[in-house]
Design a protein around this ligand. Sequence first.
Ligand code: ATP
Length: 877
Amino acid sequence: MAQYNKVKAKHPEALLLFRVGDFYETFGEDAVKAAQVLGITLTSRNNGGSDVELAGFPYHSVDMYLPRLVRAGYRVAICEQLEKPSKDKKIVKRGVTEIVTPGLAVDDQLLEHKANNFLASVVLGRGRRDACGLSLLDLSTGEFLVAEGGSDYIDKLLQSFQPKEVLVGKDRRKEFEQVFGDRFYLSPLDEWVYTTDYTTEKLLKQFQAASLKGFGIEELERARMAAGATLHYLETTENRNLRHISRIGRLANDRYVWLDRFTIRNLELIYSPHDHGVSLVDIIDRTVTPMGGRLLRKWVVLPLRDIDAIRQRHQAVRTFVQSPPLLQDLDTSLKQIGDVERLISKVPLGKVNPREIRALSRALCAMEPIRDLLLDSGSDVLANLASQLDPLPDVCAAIDRQLREDPPVNLSKGGVIADGYDELLDELRDVTRNGKSRLAAIQQRESERTGISSLKIGFNNVFGYYLEVTNKYKKVVPAEWTRKQTLTNAERYITQELKELEDKILHAEEKILLREEELYAELVAWLHDYIAPVQRNAGILARVDCLLGFAKAANRDRYVEPEMHEERDLDIEEGRHAVIERQLAVGEQYVPNDVRLDPDDQQIIMITGPNMAGKSALLRQTALICLLAQMGSFVPAKRARLGIVDRVFTRVGASDNISSGESTFMVEMNETASIMNNITDRSLILLDEIGRGTSTFDGISIAWAIAEYLHNNGRARPKVLFATHYHELNELADSLPRIHNYSIAIKEHGNRIIFLRKLVPGGSQHSFGIHVARMAGMPAEIVARASNILTQLEQQHITEEVGQPAEATAAAGQPAAPRVAPGTLSAEALQLSIFETADPTAGRLREMLEQVSINNMTPIECMMKLQELKEVVSRAD
Ligand SMILES: Nc1ncnc2c1ncn2[C@@H]1O[C@H](COP(=O)(O)OP(=O)(O)OP(=O)(O)O)[C@@H](O)[C@H]1O
């Protein structure tokens, strides 16, 4: 127990699996946890007078139990016996050989094969507005990425890449949680790690470089620090051979479409927050290799901005779509590739098994036909990819020569190395197979040579194999035979040859295993030189797989190639929603719609229509079509001419998000303000029921002012789709020429509404909320009263327009309907909402707000002011 306590003291935060003979044991608190998670028996044993809990499992079940512990959120330290137990030594030497955490998983049982398993590391800036550094490492593939930027950018990346674990300085943990939320598995590191010198040294050592120039990350000081801290963490968790981490790449913000985190979530690009929900990736992922699946997830959250790069992807997809035999043949070959990317990473990690190395050679062999198919495809993009593919025939041949066709997974089972590869091994195998016949051959040969016809070979435990000669022949025994035993009528001899054969026969099995281990280790060591080329191949195949997957999705769902151009307008003919159209019940048809947005003419489309009409679907399908196109995919439409989009912003009215417990009106306003501050001429903005988190009048005022701002600000003319219940907003189009009203058509049939799902010019005249209330079974009295108030409001609006006082229209005995006052935000609402936020700066903000008169500001001015004050407060931080 003293040895256990010593090891445990070094890893107090980990659940320690302590190898004792054929078992992994856990003790004390760890045993209680392990028994609970794994459902294994908890016992106790006496240790120096007190009882200590104990729970264990057989060592060969570790692959089954370890993932369960890690998935339950434990860091698991594995303490192995470092030497074979011997009789004279009482205590075997032991040490921790591996620490497994969610972010350090490399075992297949812990990994999702089509998703990366990222370990993130974040270095926060000194003040709130300073840039943060981020690194993302997938230990199972060797992919290492860095980025630097404001907290919103880093937040977006964390949301896109969903790391399984995040490293952060011990003293900044709280701050991290305030900025990025508390949903991450955090592993705090000592603050001393975070120095430029130490972390740079770690990176230089890893990449065996004299300087980091050439990696394109020199100016990203905090990102480099984050990456260096990751390498430090790997070392402290016993991950030392990391040759598969040979590159570090920069996630350059300006190469990709900026998607704010709401857009990623709201468009359900990579996951759906709903139970059994389906994301865009679920629909378009037709990849057949795990590398392809992982790359696709990156392409989806990082759509391109460079028109040439986008067109290249489209060209490749077009080639596949136009040539079904090429598509079919490539698909068949790609299916034989498997996960070479993760497989080659297991080489330096010392986790590759013989069957996997065989799979590597099969994959390399399958690359030859893939390369030829791509070279002959007629597409220069594909031919270029093919020319970078190296099927490494030498590696393939070496593996085929050295390993048996179908080796076992487990090296210790033997039968791994091929016959004919190693003389010694062949000899030993021959001995085990032919031991008896070789003894018989010696007996016969010696009998003929010496003329001793009764010569026999026997065996006893004292001196092993011997030649037995009856006394009659004693005199003809050759001089080189050594006498070992004399019996009454015979003598027993041994010879050098017999001893050697005996040694081989008796120890052959053991020696075979040792020799196989030796040869296997040599093969694995030799493969180290091919890690980088295999990784390069994996990267190219992943691209081909994604492009081929796009072509398959296009064929299945009738997608068309979008025409990309440098202008800013977009014109979609008969566009559809990629996800919804695949989920409709049998017999239902998705109704396609045309959408045209043009900053010089139809910059803002105001869409009104009742609940459930299909407003949100239309907004989302437009953004999805743009994003799919910029990922390189074809799009669900009859025709699409698309100008490159550089940012997509999405805001959904607060009440839509309330179920997720995240949004308050204040948050909605903050975020909308931040959109307003970041718009560009190429932005696409989806505003869905904006303002509905507050009272109707505030809501209308805010929505009104935002639309006005998007139209009139002198900075940029983003393309905007604005879905709203407030039919009052239709009035905007009268005075603002680039706002156009549309509605989603419905047919009223008695008390029923029939949804036609068609976008038609012109806004709806009323809100239909009362129809919906009636359909929902609301008591007739309430419905009647609501209709009454509505009539009052509508009349009042008309009378106000012709200059009559509103009060005049109030029905006798009933209160006058409230006034609609577009353009004025209730400052009170805004101030109140600050109370709601958990932001630690709220107190200071409130004080500052009191000194500013916001009562006469327009909502947009009010929001801008708030944003400005927030910046002042955070700068002061
Ligand atoms: N073009 C379409 N063709 C077929 N079905 C559609 C179409 N558009 C929407 N739908 C169906 O109608 C449902 C409601 O659509 P959506 O959520 O877009 O309505 P909405 O007008 O935004 O409603 P709300 O205002 O209540 O959010 C969708 O879930 C989808 O199943």
